[in-house]
Design a protein around this ligand. Structure first.
Ligand code: SAH
Length: 356
């Protein structure tokens, strides 16, 4: 048994079954043995890859969008340029390279990164050595400045709770022990006020909630309402979807989430409707497919310009990277984006507009 398995088994023996959210938190962030605290998760050698690791064009397009928002809001100086869960720092590096061409942007920007893993912080520090980023533990610790923020594949790493609709209420999906093995089980039915409007959920279906994600979005929205700014959130997920999306990925393959705690990445799809609901006092865009967003921001002309400098295998990789990011059969529609921005400001370019 691994040390983390031992910790989880002991906790269940002492206190009873734990929620999926508690299990995710232990597996991902347990200080000594958690996945993000011990593994170099990302990239071809890691367990999974992400849009910024596939091509520099992803960060370039988000960078263009962000700089337009900053200009549209009167070029605030100073402002906080923030990334949540920056991974290897690739997305921020690509954004900063684009922003160097926008007069005044870098001079006005204070770079703040929110990263739970000391190990990932070190990688980010190396990637961004030409800049002077600072790290904080949470959004509430950011300075009171206009906020221009990006988050890619951050919200899917936050802990979800799962509830199964029963005839007489909702049963939380828990993780307990049976014959020395971790197993899923259901708690007794209870009434859950927040689900009262989920009339589309049939008996036996699962819905997921993410109170941490909602609290973070609420804080970001409050800051944008007070000081100005915009937040671009990209992730895989959907709008008020129903179903079990809790999954584990190790070495680019799906595995059993209970089999190897701390050794696999655990995620759940992001419910963009819940994020939108938590964003008070700001304007928001509609949820927009990643492929559509990147096309509108100009990824195809950018891909063509870059292709002009490439040949052979490098050109083939580049063409397939463009397809992976945008094509509906790849990441183009599975991944979605939403933006929050200050009321009265022009909406961020590229997004579908919200029409209340
Ligand atoms: N945005 C990057 C990395 C995505 S992986 C990319 O697109 O490549 C998720 C990142 O969020 C990792 O850096 C992980 O360490 C970090 N993370 C996960 N949970 C977190 C939490 N609760 N608080 C802060 N960072 C977290």
């Amino acid at each position: 048994m691994t040390p983390l398995q031992h910790i989880i088994h002991q906790q269940i023996k002492r206190f009873g079954p734990i929620s999926v959210a508690d299990y995710m938190t232990l597996c991902l962030l347990q200080p000594e043995h958690g996945y993000y605290t011990t593994q170099t998760a990302l990239g071809a050698q890691g367990d999974f890859t992400t849009a910024p690791e596939i091509s520099q064009m992803f960060g370039e397009m988000l960078g263009l969008c962000l700089v337009q928002c900053w200009q549209d809001q009167g070029r605030p100086d100073p402002f906080a340029l923030v990334e949540l869960g920056p991974g290897r720092g690739t997305l921020m590096a690509d954004i900063l390279r684009v922003e160097a061409k926008a007069p005044g942007f870098l001079e006005a920007a204070q770079i703040w990164l929110i990263e739970a893993s000391p190990r990932m912080q070190q990688v980010q520090s190396d990637t961004l050595a030409d800049h002077t980023p600072s790290w904080v533990a949470q959004v509430t610790d950011l300075p009171d400045l206009p906020l221009f923020l990006v988050a890619n594949e951050f919200f899917d790493a936050l802990p979800v709770r799962q509830f199964r609709r029963a005839k007489d209420g909702w049963q939380e999906q828990m993780i307990g022990l049976s014959d020395g093995q971790l197993v899923f089980g259901l708690a007794a039915p209870m009434q859950v006020e927040t689900f009262e409007d989920r009339t589309n959920v049939k008996t036996g279906d699962i819905v997921e909630t993410n109170s941490v994600a909602q609290a973070i979005i609420g804080e970001i929205a409050q800051r944008i309402a007070d000081k100005g700014g915009a937040a671009l959130v990209v992730d895989y997920g959907d709008w008020a979807a129903v179903g079990d999306t809790f999954q584990a990925v190790r070495q680019h393959r799906k595995t059993d989430p209970l089999a190897e705690p701390g050794k696999a990445d655990l995620t759940a799809h992001v419910d963009f409707a819940a994020l939108a609901r938590a964003a008070n006092d700001v304007s928001r865009t509609a949820m927009t497919a990643q492929g559509v967003l990147l096309e509108r921001l100009g990824i195809t002309p950018r891909a063509q310009a870059l292709a002009g400098h490439l040949s052979g295998a490098a050109l083939d990789n580049h063409v397939s990277a463009h397809r992976r990011l945008t094509h509906p059969d790849e990441m183009g529609t599975l991944f979605k984006a939403i933006a929050l921005y200050q009321k009265g400001a022009p909406p961020p370019p590229g997004f579908d507009l919200y029409d209340p």
